[in-house]
Design a protein around this ligand. Sequence first.
Ligand code: SAM
Ligand code: SF4
Length: 457
Amino acid sequence: MTTPTSRPEPKRLFIKTYGCQMNVYDSERMRDVLRPLGYQPVDGPETADLVVLNTCHIREKATEKVYSELGQIKKMKEASGGKMTIAVAGCVAQAEGAEIMRRQPAVDLVLGPQAYHKLPEMVARASRAAGDRLETEFETLEKFDALPKQREADGPAAFLSVQEGCDKFCTFCVVPYTRGAELSRPVDDIVIEARSLAAQGVRDISLLGQNVNAWHGAAPKLEGGGEWGLGQLARHLSKIGGIDRIRYTTSHPRDMDDDLIAAHGEVPELMPFLHLPVQSGSDRILKAMNRGHTAEHYLDIMRRMRDARPDMALASDFIVGFPGESDQDFEDTMNLVREVGYAIAYSFKYSPRPGTPAADMFGHVPEEVKDERLQQLQTLLKQQQTEFNASKVGETLPVLVTGKGKMPGQAHGRSPWMQAVHFDAPESLVGQIVDVKIVGSTMSSLTGEYAHVVEAA
Ligand code: SAM
Ligand code: SF4
C-alpha cells in the first residue's frame, strides 16, 4: 500500500539551545518535525545545512550573544557557498522579529514559539527559494499520488499534465514537501502536446495538476499575449481541431479566478463538471487546515459557476475527523454537502502524516467517531450521486464512445459529467461523440440507447 520515496543523503541539522527547559523541549520538537524532511542532528554548525538558534530573551546580554553567534555562523554560510539555511527561533525571534533580519541579513527564517508547527513549511519554502529541492522521508500513499505520467494516447480521452507541485501547505498534507513548488508547464509545450493528441484521435482532454487552476503561463506570441491563466489556455485549446472536450483537475478554491469562471460560460468545449475539493464545511476547521478559504467563499464560487454554466456539476474531496473537529463542525460539512448537491465525491478519514503540522495538533478524534462520521457522509454522498445519475434518465446525452463492451455489439462511453454510459452500438463508433438516450441509471453508471452520431461543430 505504501512506498517510501527515494532517500538521498540526509540533511544536517544543528540546533543551538539557549535558556530554559522550555527551550530544550522546543528544540526536541523542532528536531522531530524536521526529521521527516530528511534532517539528522549533527554536533556543530560548520557543515550543517540548517542551523537553528533557539534563543532566550531573558536578559539583554543573552540577546547580544545571539547576534554575535549569528556573525560567526554567517561566515560558515559564506564558506558553504550560501547553501546553509539559518533560522532564529525562540523568545528573541518573538520579540525582535524583523529587527533580526535587518541586523543580520544572512538569517533566512525567524519564528516565534507559537510557530513551530510551521517550521516544516518555512524550511521547505526557504529551501525552494535557494533553488534546492527537499528530498523527504514522507511516505507516499498511492491513493494520494495518482498524477499519471504523460503517455501515448490509447483512446479518445487523454490526460495532459500542465502543472505540478503545491504552494498551499494544507496542514494535513505531504504533497508540498514531496512534490515541491508549484510549477506551470510552458504554453507552447502544452499546445504542441494537445495538437499531437488531437492528431492521434483524442477528443476529450483532461488538463492535470496538483493545483491545476494555479497554472499560468506567458504567451507573448499567441492571441491576447501577456500572461495567461487556465481560462485563457482553455479558450486556446478549444480551437484545436478535434478537441471537443476539455476538463481540468484538481482545482483549489483559492485559484478559481473570474476569468476561468467566465470561460465556462463562453467555451462550450469546457465540460460542465468541476472537481473542486472543499475538505470541510466548517470555517474553524478550514482555518486549522490552512486552506485559505471559507465555506462561504466556496459556495460563492459554486453559485457563480452555475450562473456561468447552469448545468455545472460538482465533485469534491472531504476529510472527516480532522483534529479538533466537533459534532457541530461535522454537521457544517453535512450542511455544505446538502447545499451543493454533488455529482460525485471522495471522502477520507483524517490520517496523521508525521511531520505535517496537523499531526502535532491537539484534539485528535477517536477512530470510532471518524468511522461513524465517514459512514454518515458517504451515505449522503452516495445518495446524491445516485440522484444525479437518475436525473439524466429520459435525456439524450452526447456520449464520447471510449471503447467496446464485454459482449459483441456493446459499447461504453463518457457523458459530459464523466458518467460511465453503457449502450449497444457498433465498435466502429469508438472515438466518436454520439447521442444516447438514457434509459436507466445506478449509483455508478448510466445505460442508454444509441440514437445517432453528433455532427462535429
Ligand atoms: N491538491 C488537491 C486539493 O487540494 O484538493 C488534492 C490533492 S490530495 C493529494 C488528494 C486528497 O487526499 C485531498 O483532497 C484530501 O482530501 C486527501 N488527503 C490528503 N492528505 C490527507 C490526510 N492526511 N488524511 C486524509 N486525507 C488526506
Ligand atoms: Fe496542496 Fe492539495 Fe495538499 Fe492542500 S491538499 S497541500 S492544496 S496538494
